[in-house]
Design a protein around this ligand. Structure first.
Ligand SMILES: [Zn+2]
Length: 353
């Protein structure tokens, strides 16, 4: 297998796109999709679709979905000291926020750099209350509210973590936004491999919007595509820092077979197919129970119901500025997904009543 395009992964994770601010990333993706034999479409909510049609017009439609948005923040007020206050878009570990670097994209696309105020320890007195997101002061160096406004700050602007993409050793990477640039990246990697093949089904690579605020894009995207089967690619948090082999989600142990989360229970025959694909591709896999949902939660309920599985990437410190993940897991995900695409139509051969 050809090496993964880590330059592309870096570009994708460095682009900023919180929920409803995905167009900048979508524009970049359109230029990538134009390298391949696909028809590009968009829906009114901002979902992006790359259709690779089969020569057989009656063929089944297989959708591979990943979400474009990352967790971040939105400007909701400016205080008299010139500090920005925000609403969180997606879930964050609030205790990890103080001292974190952030960046804000102005209306003219100019990017300003700042940090989240971390009061010095000797200024704190007594036990701290549980922080609320509105209490945090985002410091962009403005001297007053007027100064912030003069410099282009207004309500509704996007803020993201400001974090570098770094290869830590031969096979581990630290970056922001691997949730879910993993899926966006993998969609492109798969397309690159199958681009010149005539597939026995219509393949639609879908990039959804607004997953982090409740999988909103997945609903309209599924109505748009009307897939016969869907594969969701998303990153999930590891628990290997607990140093307990029984805890699920370890870096370097292969893609996650997510069998249960609060909003979706596995499709048994699809999971069997997923496991067989990993076995045939000779890559490891891990069973994984998740505490959070994915686009699959909504996709399964749309249209007449859609069989869907989630192919997960394990990542540490998810939903923070500094997620850590393993290139071996990315490679294993790609190999097993390519195998899955070879055998996926078997799902329709012995449909149960
Ligand atoms: Zn995600």
């Amino acid at each position: 297998m050809k090496q993964l395009d880590l330059k592309l992964l870096k570009q994708l994770t460095q682009l900023d796109a919180v929920s409803s601010f995905e167009n900048h990333l979508a524009k970049f993706l359109i230029t990538e999709y134009q390298k391949y034999h696909v028809t590009i479409k968009k829906d009114n909510l901002g979902n992006l679709f790359a259709y690779k049609y089969s020569l057989n017009p009656q063929a089944k439609t297989i959708m591979i979905a990943s979400h474009m948005d990352e967790v971040g923040f939105m400007v909701v007020s400016i205080d008299q000291g010139g500090f920005i206050h925000v609403k969180d878009l997606g879930s964050h570990n609030l205790s990890s926020l103080p001292g974190t670097l952030v960046r804000m994209t102005l209306k003219n696309q100019k990017v300003l750099h700042g940090t989240i105020l971390a009061p010095a320890p000797h200024l704190k007195s007594g036990p701290a209350n549980e922080p609320k997101i509105g209490d945090f002061q985002f410091d962009f160096g403005f001297t007053s509210k007027e100064d912030a406004i003069k410099n282009g700050v207004t309500m509704g602007l996007m803020l993201t973590y400001d974090a570098p993409f770094q290869v830590l050793n031969q096979h581990r990477i630290i970056s922001k936004a691997i949730d879910d640039r993993y899926g966006v990246f993998m969609g492109l990697e798969l397309l690159k491999t199958v681009d010149k093949q005539d597939l026995p089904y219509h393949l639609v690579i879908v990039n959804t919007v607004e997953e982090e605020v409740g999988a909103r894009g997945a609903i309209t995207a599924t109505h748009f595509v009307k897939p016969d089967l869907a594969i969701v690619l998303d990153a999930s948090p590891t628990r290997d820092h607990l140093l307990d082999e029984l805890e699920m989600g370890h870096l370097g142990k292969g893609p996650l077979v997510r069998f249960l989360d609060p909003k979706q229970i596995l499709n048994k025959r699809l999971m069997d197919l997923q496991i067989r694909a990993c076995t045939l591709a000779k890559v490891p896999f891990q069973f994984y129970q998740s505490m959070g949902g994915t686009d699959a939660s909504e996709i399964q309920k749309v249209y007449q119901g859609v069989p869907v599985l989630v192919h997960g990437l394990p990542a540490r410190s998810l939903h923070s500025a500094t997620s850590v993940y393993d290139i071996n897991d990315l490679e294993a995900a790609k190999k097993s997904l390519l195998m899955l695409l070879k055998i996926v139509l078997e799902y329709f051969e012995d449909e149960e009543i």
